[in-house]
Design a protein around this ligand. Sequence first.
Ligand code: HPA
Ligand code: ZN
Length: 326
Amino acid sequence: AERLACIRLLPKAELHLHIEGSLEPELMFQLAERNAIQLPYASVDALRQAYQFHNLQEFLDLYYQGMSVLQTEQDFYDLTWAYLQRSAAEGVIHVEIFFDPQGHLQRGVDFSVQIEGIYRALCDGETQLGISFRLILSFLRHLSEQSAFETLELAMPWLNRIDGVGLDSSELGHPPEKFARVFARCRELGLRVTAHAGEEGPPEYVWQALDLLKVQRIDHGNRALEDEVLIERLRNEQIPLTVCPLSNLKLCVVEDMSQHPILKLLDAGLRVTVNSDDPAYFGGYLQDNFAALLAHLPITDAQILQLIRNSFIGSWLSDSEKQACL
Ligand code: HPA
Ligand code: ZN
């Protein structure tokens, strides 16, 4: 309990957070009512009951359904503000958050509505809560390359507010190579690049993310452990891995928290960070993820400090901003 209290007090960064995945059932019901949308659940409790997943896709189905209540700029603001308030209370001082524009465009919600709401909350978070931020446009990999290019086109007027791009959604069957040209264009535009890889997908997808997308970090990356040569590559280049313990448990990427590979990844010399991914769906925010590690793994104080330091080192803050945090 004392170690957890210390972790809460330490300044931390979160690098892998889908803002739509921070939509708590209570807020989902509020927004559904505000927008006269009928949810297929009788109550908040009934909705929470449904959060039992056997794999990534089962989660994604509810995640896309859940985000359908997000309609107005104010909805996106309220969503983002709620996440920032919770994070501030846990000692988070820097966040790099994903949003999934295609998940909203498909429902007729303009790009401008999404980004205006999210960005206004992020700015308020910076001034009122002292949380710095980066914003990451994430492409849905189950959609086509063309859809990703169209989304990038819609984002063009807003590139001064977007720091980088990511790649998420259904991993199996949608290898990074599908988006090599989109990511090349994003890099030309000066955007930073990251991609989900090695969550459910094989080590080959991590290789592709590195070699074809030329990513600056890997989101998840658990399955890299199946390939020694890949581990060596990740270590040599100190590629940050944004690992998400509770997410891995809820999506059955690991059988049990005591089986989580995070200490193996750390022991292999990789730049591992701890993140919450979709906290409203996976049973907790950043602090809860640390609590789960402490409860089930023989993690040392030095390892905890390393994970927290890595969250700044692996961030997209400038070198001088990082220095101020380390
Ligand atoms: N993996 C892939 N896509 C996602 C995730 C995830 O953990 N969360 C939201 N979209
Ligand atoms: Zn994710």
